[in-house]
Write a protein that binds this ligand. Structure first.
Ligand code: CP
Ligand code: NVA
Length: 308
């Protein structure tokens, strides 16, 4: 069966743990290599990844391109608007055609339903490079970032501050897979998708929605935030005002454990969702987190292509 990676649950906890282990091992084994040099075993030599972007991207674009190169393969990176997709060719037909040329497809889309349709008609693996609903590749990197500093996921305490968006939905999914707690500090009307909350709780995670940001952060091992206005959303002043009490600043970080790690998927809006002193401070892991997109996605590609 074709292994798609539309959400973390497509792989499940055991496979995600295997991917994280493989990512750490490959990261360690690259010491001394230039960025474009392949891993010693070049396991995906002769393989090609098509990357399709309906929305802007820096990290996802470059890290997937470099990931497949380091695995010995190559990529074709396309903006959807310059493909026939942009002139009305269907997703299903695009899936059928690309499946005849390439070994895997990564897509960033404004509509999760398109991702599902692409996967339904592709005979090669389809990877979610962010949708309006979830961002599983980001959370693979986030998990890698906190475990490489020694955090045990099971029983750990995460605090999310701000908008209940696609990145949070995937964190909640991870909480279900690894049984950790997520305290969500968000204003009313900006909660995460209920289906992710219900599934994670059913799987044994503790997911709490809180209106008090200090309570949400209290004792946290990991503090996470993201932009208040995701791509495709309106830049409404009303929303920014509602989010302000949930800004991650030094005062709020002080409620977390002294060892707490701060994450942000980037791009950041300094002094909106997080202050510059937190983003650039000693607890911030954001640059490692960005780097880890590359290492985590190499493992995702290997899993999708049956090498893990
Ligand atoms: N975090 C993330 O997905 O970044 P890009 O939008 O730059 O790809
Ligand atoms: N929530 C953000 C993440 C960007 C990487 C967005 O969807 O725009």
């Amino acid at each position: 069966m074709t292994r798609h990676f539309l959400d973390l649950s497509d792989a499940g906890g055991e496979a995600v743990a295997t991917m994280l282990k493989a990512a750490l091992a490959r990261k360690g084994a690259r010491a001394g290599l230039t960025k474009g040099a392949p891993d010693a075993d070049a396991p995906l030599a002769g393989h090609t990844l098509a990357c399709i972007f309906e929305k802007n991207s820096t990290r996802t674009r470059v890290s997937f391109d470099m990931a497949i190169r380091q695995l010995g393969g190559s990529s074709i990176v396309m903006d959807a608007g310059s493909m026939q997709l942009g002139r009305g060719e269907t997703i299903a037909d695009t899936a059928r055609v690309l499946s005849r040329y390439v070994d895997a497809i990564m897509i960033r889309t404004d509509d999760h339903a398109k991702l599902e349709e692409l996967a339904a008609h592709a005979s090669v693996p389809v990877i979610n490079g962010l949708s309006d609903r979830s961002h599983p590749c980001q959370i693979m990197a986030d998990l890698l970032t906190v475990i490489e500093r020694g955090l045990t996921l099971a029983g750990s305490e995460w605090a999310w501050l701000g908008d209940g968006n696609n990145v949070l939905n995937s964190i909640i999914e991870a909480a279900g897979l690894f049984k950790f707690r997520v305290n969500i500090g968000c204003p009313e009307g900006y909660e995460p998708e209920q289906r992710y909350v219900v599934a994670a709780r059913d799987a044994g995670a503790t997911i709490s929605i809180m209106r008090d940001p200090e309570l949400a952060v209290a004792g946290a091992d990991v503090v996470v935030t993201d932009t208040w206005v995701s791509m495709g959303q309106h830049h409404a002043q009303e929303k920014l005002t509602a989010m302000m009490p949930f800004q991650v600043n030094a005062r709020l970080m002080a409620y977390a454990k002294p060892s707490a790690q701060f994450l942000h998927c980037l791009p950041a809006h300094r002094d909106e969702e997080a202050t510059a002193d937190v983003l650039d401070g000693p607890q911030s892991r954001i640059w490692d987190e960005a780097e880890n997109r590359l290492h985590a996605q190499k493992a995702v590609l290997l899993w999708c292509l049956g090498r893990l």
